[in-house]
Design a binder for this molecule. Structure first.
Ligand SMILES: NC(=O)C1=CN([C@@H]2O[C@H](COP(=O)(O)OP(=O)(O)OC[C@H]3O[C@@H](n4cnc5c(N)ncnc54)[C@H](OP(=O)(O)O)[C@@H]3O)[C@@H](O)[C@H]2O)C=CC1
Ligand SMILES: CC(C)=CCC[C@@H](C)[C@H]1CC=C2C3=C(CC[C@@]21C)[C@@]1(C)CC[C@H](O)C(C)(C)[C@@H]1CC3
Length: 425
């Protein structure tokens, strides 16, 4: 073991601050979140669709298990693993790791989305009952949750064979429950196949829009044509997923890839939480049709457009600045120096609030719920959860940036006092 990795490991073992409620969070979250997924799906299909319903809707065993769901899930992951591993598209390098090396990543996720689209069109042409995904939602979620547990156990065990410099600083506390939850290894791989990068954008994210399409087809089965509300939800979320895959390279600089280990939280988040809770609006609309006025629809489309514009422009501005600060699109922006040699933007989008990308993301989240009307809370689950997630994430990022940039970060905070919402927070 190299001396500096030894020092890093020691620092990690003794000084790591535990996140997500420490050991208690690491025990409760893996129990509560999977149950939440199943509860939300069940509620979205019940006539009342009430989150406050007591006793809660309990699905029967035969509603929870279907071997077809297991075959579909494994087939779906295998298809995307194959597409990922094919030598298609360019290869990009991630940020420099603690041992000074840079990992290579294939940039072909958008191709994965296009291939999935073509396959779905072919299946529809052949008369495949895509609407049956509505009935399969619960068994699919059960399989995805079970797979998340098994896969996280595998990742935890294999991390003991990884060299110390390959471990995430935050997931190496020595407490097995916490480390299993947060993730010990930073970039677990078999050969060039990077598990975290693969899971972050492909099976779950593309799976989410496929499930949405299934809900739309179910509506067609039930009512002859898709409703405007369903089409808006499908289009907005497809735009979000297509954008993520089109800008796949940018994921290489996100907190998840750079900082977080790959443990239960991210595995479950990628494979179960995203596909089965982010599209709840679509499954809600199947049983609870809504009528939208032209003005209401235009307002919702405008809100999504504004949110997307802020989200995309601010993310692109920072990515461009981090990749090449001399690029003409960012060279004239005002910046402040930090002791690390990196500079911080204090004008442009990053001079408006400290997380303009979160602001845009939240506006979009609201636009995804509004087509479901105001009669139920359930379709607003995503925007509520997401506000909590982003406020917590902002706080984590803030602490990491303060540790990284010290006084320069304080200066930035004085120059840009609001975190996410201008003049509010
Ligand atoms: N749909 C979903 O469930 C989720 C979506 N997201 C979205 O993912 C995207 C990425 O978010 P996330 O990874 O949390 O973080 P960000 O993309 O906001 O990155 C934060 C990092 O940016 C750098 N930075 C911060 N301020 C400045 C500045 N003024 N100038 C230059 N660099 C700065 C710092 O890193 P450094 O200085 O080291 O470069 C900081 O650690 C967001 O759009 C978010 O909304 C995130 C989580 C969940
Ligand atoms: C409650 C729970 C289990 C939380 C785990 C958090 C994860 C669900 C999210 C952490 C960061 C994420 C990102 C995206 C999806 C959700 C998770 C995995 C993301 C891929 C969505 C699309 C965006 O364009 C993005 C690429 C910027 C984004 C990256 C972060």
């Amino acid at each position: 073991m190299r001396p500096n990795s030894q020092a890093l490991k020691q620092r990690s073992l003794h000084e790591t601050e535990r996140e997500f409620g420490g050991t208690l969070g690491a025990v409760c979250i893996p129990v509560l979140l999977p149950l939440t997924v199943l509860f939300l799906i069940s509620v979205s299909r019940s006539p009342e669709a009430s989150l406050l319903q007591w006793p809660p809707v309990l699905p029967s065993t035969h509603q929870l298990w279907d071997p077809v769901a297991l075959v579909l899930l494994l087939g779906w992951i295998a298809l995307h693993a194959l597409l990922y591993a094919m030598p298609l598209g360019k290869v990009s390098e991630g940020l420099t790791l603690r041992d000074g090396t840079r990992l290579k990543y294939p940039i072909n996720g958008f191709l994965g989305l296009c291939v999935s689209g073509v396959l779905l069109i072919l299946l529809l042409e052949l008369g495949a009952p895509l609407g049956s995904l509505f009935e399969l939602l619960l068994p699919l979620a059960v399989c995805a949750i079970a797979l998340s547990f098994l896969f996280s156990i595998y990742l935890y065990i294999r991390s003991f064979w990884a060299p110390s410099h390959a471990l995430a600083l935050g997931g190496n506390t020595g407490n097995p429950l916490y480390d299993f939850f947060i993730g010990r290894e930073l970039n677990p791989r078999i050969g060039n196949f990077d598990f975290k990068y693969f899971c972050e954008l492909r099976p779950g994210l593309i799976g989410w829009v496929v499930l949405n399409l299934g809900m739309l087809m179910k509506e067609v089965e039930l009512r002859g044509s898709p409703s405007l509300a369903m089409m808006l939800v499908n289009s907005f979320q497809l735009l979000y997923v297509a954008d993520a895959l089109w800008n796949e390279e940018a994921v290489l600089t996100t907190m998840d890839i750079v900082h977080d280990g790959f443990g239960f939280m991210l595995v479950f988040g990628d494979l179960a939480w995203v596909p089965f809770t982010y599209g709840l609006q679509a499954s809600f609309l199947v049983e609870h049709p809504q009528t939208l006025s032209p003005l209401g629809s235009l307002t919702i489309i405008a809100l999504n457009g504004i949110g997307y514009y802020i989200f995309r422009k601010s993310n692109s501005q920072k990515n461009q600045f981090r990749r090449d600060p001399t690029h003409p699109s960012v060279a004239r922006l005002e910046t402040i120096a930090t002791a690390t040699g990196k500079r911080l933007l204090v004008s442009g989008w990053w001079g408006l609030v400290r997380h303009p990308n979160y602001l845009g993301d939240l506006l979009m989240a609201l636009a995804w719920s509004l087509p479901c009307g105001f009669s139920h809370l359930l379709p607003y689950f995503y925007v509520i959860y997401f506000t909590v997630l982003l406020i917590h994430r902002e706080d984590r990022d803030e602490r990491q940036c303060r540790a990284k940039y010290g006084l320069a970060w304080d200066t930035y905070c004085r120059r840009v006092p609001y975190r996410i919402f201008p003049y509010i927070y």
